[in-house]
Design a protein around this ligand. Structure first.
Ligand code: HEM
Ligand code: SF4
Length: 563
C-alpha cells in the first residue's frame, strides 16, 4: 500500500495548519461565510440539512487497519459513532462541528489521510476497481497509475478552479468495474499489438444530465495518460462553461462541440505535451509500483477440506461464500466483501465498532489492509481460503456478513432527505422498506443478480440511472415521490435505464419492486438474469404490471407529470 514520503507528509500537514487558521479567522469574524465557503469546500466540508458534512478521501479505495481505527475513533469522538461510505471511495461524516474539523484533520494526517479535493470545482479522488492488484482477471495493476494521477492532480495549480468538479476513474481489467463510462475521464484498459494502454472515454456523468461517455482515443499507451489527461483538462478549462453551474461539466462541452471537434482540440493540445516531461517512464512507474508490493502470500498449498466441510454443513456459510467471496489471482486466497447492506441499516453506513472489527479482521487475516468498494461495501482483499470460515463467523457477529452482494437488497443508496440539503425525497427508508420486503434469503437467491440503486434527487449520487432497477426521489407538490427506471447498467455495456412511467409514493415502492420481480420470474428462461430477461422482453410487460388497475390514476399522474 502507498506510504507517504516526506513531501506528501509536509503537504498534508501544511494544509491542516492552513485550514486551522482559516477556521479561526472565520470564527473570529475576519472571514465572512461567503469567503469561508470555498475554503471549507476545498477541505471536504459542506453545510447540510442538520449539520456540516465532512468528506474524507480514501484514494483508489485502499486503507490500512490503523487508518480505519482512526476513522472509528474520529467518528466516535467528533461525530455520532458512524460514517457513510460513498460510491467514489470517500467516507462521509454527517454530524461534525466545523470548529472540530482542524482537529479531525490533524488526527487523520497522523495516519496519512486527508480531505483534500473531496469537494469543490477541482480534480476529485481518483477511483479504480476495488479488486485492483488481486483480481484474477487483471491485466495491469491500476494502482500505481492511480497514485501517479493522484500526485499529479493534487494541488495542480492550473486545475484548482475548473468550471466544475472533475472525476477520473481507471480500470485495469477488460471488464470495467470502475464505472469508466460515467466519469469525466474514464481510462479503460485496452491491449493492442502486445502493448498495454487505455481507451480514453470523456464526458460521461450522471447527475441531472446523465450521459454515457464517448471515446476520444481508442488506444493510448499507458505512458501518456498524464499528458493526455492534461490536454483534455486544458481544453475543458478553456472552453467549459462557467456561466451556468448546470451546464459546466465537461459532458456538456463534449456534447456542445461534438466529439469529433472536442477530440480535434484535445489532440491539437496534446501536440504540446506529448512526449514531454509528463510522459511516465518505466522507472517512475516502477518507483511508485514499489509502494504496492504484494503481501507475503503463503506458498503452502491450501487445505480447503475444512472449508468444504463447513460449506456442506452450513447453508448460511455456503451462501456467504457464493455471494461475498471473489476469485483471487494467487492460489489459496480469496477476496472477501464485508457487506454494509445489512437489512434495515442505512446502506453504506458503518459504525465505529464495526470499523474496529474490520480493522482487527484485516490485521489478522488480510495483511492489515482493506478496500472500499464502489458499491459501498468493505473488502478484505487477501484472505487465505482456510481462514474464510473464521472471517465469516466474526463478520456475521458484527452484522457484516449479509450474503447480498450483487443481489436485490445490496442496494447502492445516497443519504437522501435524511441528511442531504439538496434531496427531493428520502432514500434510506425506501431502501430499508425494500430490504424488509425481500428479507427471505431463499427468494433473494432465487431472483439472482439485480442492482437496485436509489438517489434522493436528480444529482444521482446513488447512481440510480445505472441500476438494473433505479429509484429516483422526486418532488411533486411538496410531497415525496419516486420515479423508477429499468435496464440501466454499469460495466462494459454501460447504459442508462429507461423511465417506466409516472412516479410512485413511498408506500407503493416495495410493491412496485415486487411486481417488477414477478414479471421477471414469470418470463425468465433457463438461467436468464433479470437484465437478460429485461433485454429480451422490453419494458412494456413491466410497465403494464406496475400500473395495472391504475389506468385512471395513471392518466392523471401522467398529466401532472407533463405539467
Ligand atoms: C450529502 C451530501 C452530498 C451532496 C451535497 C452531494 C452533491 C452532489 C451534486 C450536486 C451532484 C451533481 C453534480 C453534477 O451533476 O454536476 C452529485 C453527484 C454525484 N455524487 Fe454526490 N453529494 C452528496 C453525497 C454523495 C454520496 C453519499 C455519494 C455516494 C453514495 C455521492 C456520489 C456522487 C456521484 C457518484 C455523483 C454523480 C457522478 C457525476 O456525474 O459526477 N455523493 N453530488
Ligand atoms: S442524490 Fe441528491 S439527495 Fe442524494 S446525496 Fe446526492 S444530492 Fe443529496
Amino acid at each position: 500500500m502507498y506510504k507517504y514520503d516526506a513531501i506528501d507528509r509536509q503537504l498534508v500537514n501544511e494544509r491542516v495548519a492552513q485550514f486551522r487558521d482559516q477556521v479561526r479567522r472565520w470564527q473570529s469574524g475576519e472571514l465572512t461565510n461567503d469567503e469561508f465557503r470555498p475554503l471549507r469546500l476545498q477541505n471536504g466540508l459542506y453545510i447540510q440539512r442538520h449539520a456540516p458534512m465532512f468528506r474524507i478521501a480514501v484514494p483508489y479505495a485502499m486503507m490500512n487497519s490503523a487508518q480505519l481505527r482512526t476513522l472509528a475513533s474520529v467518528a466516535r469522538k467528533y461525530d455520532r459513532g458512524y460514517g457513510h461510505f460513498t460510491t467514489r471511495h470517500n467516507l462521509q461524516l454527517n454530524w461534525p462541528k466545523i470548529e472540530d474539523v482542524p482537529d479531525i484533520l490533524t488526527e487523520l494526517a497522523a495516519v496519512e489521510m486527508h480531505a483534500i479535493q473531496t469537494s469543490g470545482n477541482c480534480l476529485r479522488n481518483i477511483t479504480t476497481d476495488q479488486f485492483a492488484g488481486v483480481a484474477a482477471d487483471e491485466i495491469i495493476d491500476p494502482r500505481p497509475l492511480a497514485e501517479i494521477l493522484r500526485q499529479w492532480t493534487t494541488f495542480h495549480p492550473e486545475f484548482a478552479f475548473l468550471p466544475r468538479k472533475f472525476k477520473i476513474a481507471i480500470s485495469g481489467t477488460e471488464e470495467d468495474r470502475a464505472v469508466t463510462w460515467f466519469h469525466d475521464i474514464g481510462l479503460q484498459l485496452k491491449q493492442e499489438n502486445g502493448e498495454t494502454g487505455f481507451t480514453v472515454i470523456v464526458g460521461g456523468g450522471l447527475g441531472r444530465t446523465p450521459i454515457r461517455g464517448q471515446v476520444v482515443r481508442e488506444f493510448l499507451p499507458w505512458q501518456h495518460i498524464l499528458s493526455y489527461c492534461e490536454a483534455i483538462l486544458r481544453v475543458y478549462n478553456r472552453f467549459g462553461r462557467r456561466d451556468n453551474a448546470y451546464k459546466a461539466r465537461i459532458k456538456i462541452l463534449v456534447q456542445a462541440l461534438g466529439v469529433e471537434e472536442f477530440t480535434r482540440l484535445v489532440e491539437a493540445e496534446w501536440e504540446h505535451g506529448k512526449d514531454g516531461p509528463a510522459t511516465i517512464t518505466q522507472a517512475e512507474f516502477d518507483r511508485v509500483a514499489a509502494h504496492f508490493t504484494a503481501p507475503a502470500y503463503s506458498a503452502e498449498a491450501a487445505d480447503d477440506s475444512y472449508i468444504a466441510a463447513r460449506r456442506d454443513a452450513e447453508k448460511p456459510f455456503a451462501r456467504w461464500l457464493e455471494r461475498n467471496t471473489h476469485a483471487h489471482k494467487v492460489a489459496g486466497y480469496a477476496a472477501v466483501t464485508l457487506s454494509l447492506k445489512q437489512h434495515g441499516i442505512a446502506p453504506g453506513d458503518i459504525t465505529s465498532e464495526q470499523m474496529e472489527t474490520v480493522a482487527d479482521l484485516a490485521d489478522r487475516y488480510s495483511f492489515g489492509e482493506l478496500r472500499i468498494s464502489h458499491e459501498q461495501n468493505v473488502i478484505l482483499a487477501d484472505v487465505r481460503q482456510g481462514d474464510l470460515y473464521a472471517v465469516w463467523q466474526a463478520a456475521r457477529d458484527a452484522g457484516l456478513a449479509t450474503p447480498n452482494i450483487g443481489l436485490l437488497t445490496g442496494i447502492i443508496c445516497c443519504p437522501g432527505g435524511d441528511f442531504c440539503d439538496l434531496a427531493n425525497a428520502k432514500s434510506i427508508p425506501i431502501a430499508n422498506a425494500i430490504q424488509a420486503r425481500f428479507d427471505d434469503l431463499d427468494y433473494l437467491f432465487d431472483i439472482g443478480e439485480i442492482d437496485l440503486n436509489i438517489s434522493g434527487c436528480m444529482n444521482a449520487c446513488g447512481h440510480h440511472h445505472v441500476g438494473h432497477i433505479g429509484v429516483l426521489g422526486v418532488d411533486k407538490n411538496d410531497a415525496e415521490f419516486y420515479q423508477v427506471t429499468l435496464g440501466g447498467r454499469q460495466g462494459n455495456e454501460a447504459k442508462l435505464g429507461k423511465v417506466i412511467g409516472p412516479s410512485f409514493s413511498a408506500g407503493e415502492m416495495p410493491d412496485v419492486v415486487a411486481k417488477i420481480i414477478d414479471v421477471y420470474i414469470e418470463n425468465r428462461q433457463d438461467e436468464e438474469r433479470f437484465l437478460d430477461t429485461f433485454d429480451r422482453i422490453g419494458i412494456d410487460p413491466f410497465k403494464n404490471r406496475v400500473y395495472e388497475g391504475r389506468a385512471h390514476g395513471k392518466a392523471k399522474a401522467a398529466e401532472k407529470e407533463a405539467a
